[in-house]
Design a protein around this ligand. Structure first.
Ligand code: UT7
Length: 332
């Protein structure tokens, strides 16, 4: 038993904050932000539940299934709307889902953790699972701190998964954590994100490459067989360095970082759905999702793409279509 992806959707708050907007309040510049991070703008606003509901609704609509037919919903978020209850309770109610729901906090690796968990549950009785990654990092960002305010944004992405009798689309995975590094990226209750950027950067490249390599080795797949790498969207330089070490060409990377900033557990589904909407995947293509985040957590999942339902007409049409790394380099 395994999983098949039958629907996908995203949501971004309407309000856009550009680098030029940040220049007005911070001692920074568009040039510095683009050169050091690759980010041009980010979306800000709404609650985590509102974003998750919108992304989940879009994914369910595309799958063409009744919300009540969902057995379980997993919400990956590191920015819940409150401590108790889990934000998934609100989302479950608003969407009218069946079965249970819970939150997962594995920081920016949360979506991959949730996907792997969902795959296991689909193999042991669940029929349909909705996995959502949704974040409002703007609520835990100190907008007067130029070291972090330039990086983060809000958004969400979702996949609808169905159980299939064969191996399914998830071929291999790798999840990990080094809790000794928990202090380098943190936010206390009621506080803002504190980050040792350089240390996170250094470790990020290493754990991304190691985790992706383990997932590839498990499935006996070579890097050159990967059609699309979908990395956590944190920093263009981290992504480029990881690609170069893995031997994956920059043109084979899904990228939304330039227009979303770092949206933690929402970043991988946002980038994956963007690639789907831009017809970058064909049946049997191998897709490698790989992320890292606070904890420090990391996670990779190797997927064999299958045709799901056709994207709705116009889906993604308004989006900046320049999605590969080399084109971004031209911009930088
Ligand atoms: O989801 C995981 C979350 N986090 C990450 O993945 C973050 C990983 N780290 C990074 O992305 C990068 O470390 C940053 C983008 C945060 C920073 O880039 P950097 O190239 O590592 O810069 P830096 O921290 O080494 O700072 C270089 C200089 C410093 O000035 P001095 O000491 O050389 O005079 C900073 O004070 O740039 C200065 N600086 C800025 N200047 C203009 C730091 N932030 C800014 C800014 N605008 N926003």
């Amino acid at each position: 038993m395994g999983m098949r992806i039958i629907g996908w959707g995203t949501a971004l708050p309407e309000k856009i904050v550009t680098n030029a907007d940040l220049e007005k309040t911070l001692d920074t510049s568009d040039e510095w932000i683009v050169e050091r991070s690759g980010i041009h703008q980010r979306h800000i606003g709404d609650s985590t539940a509102e974003i998750a509901v919108a992304a989940g609704r879009n994914a369910l609509a595309l799958a063409g299934i009744a919300p009540a037919s969902i057995d379980l919903m997993i919400l990956a978020t590191t920015t819940p709307d409150q401590s108790i209850p889990a934000t998934s309770a609100h989302v479950h109610h608003e969407l009218g889902l069946g079965g249970g729901a819970f939150d997962v906090n594995a920081a920016c690796s949360g979506f991959v953790y949730s996907l792997v968990m969902a795959n296991g549950l689909l193999g042991s009785g669940a029929k349909r699972i909705l996995v959502i990654g949704a974040e409002t990092l703007s609520n835990v960002t100190d907008w007067s701190d130029r070291k972090t305010a330039i990086l983060f944004g809000d958004g969400g992405g979702a996949l609808v998964l169905e159980s299939v009798p064969d191996e399914g689309q998830l071929l291999s995975w790798d999840l990990g954590l080094d809790g000794s590094a928990r202090e380098i990226l943190r936010a206390d209750h009621g506080g803002f994100i504190q980050m040792d950027g350089r240390e996170v950067f250094k470790r990020a490249v290493r754990v991304l490459v190691d985790s992706a390599t383990r997932a590839l080795e498990q499935a006996k797949v070579r890097p050159d067989q990967i059609k699309l790498l979908v990395p956590h969207q944190a920093n263009i330089r981290i992504i480029r360095a990881a690609c170069d070490r893995l031997g994956i060409g920059h043109e084979r990377v899904a990228l939304v970082l330039h227009r979303t900033g770092n949206t933690s557990s929402a970043s991988i589904p946002l980038a994956l759905v963007d690639a789907i909407d831009h017809d970058r995947l064909e049946p049997n293509d191998l897709v490698l999702l790989t992320g890292f985040g606070a904890g420090m957590t990391w996670g990779s999942a190797l997927i064999r793409w299958q045709d799901g339902p056709s994207p709705m007409p116009g889906a993604g049409a308004s989006v900046d279509r320049r999605t590969d790394l080399d084109e971004r380099e031209d911009d930088d």
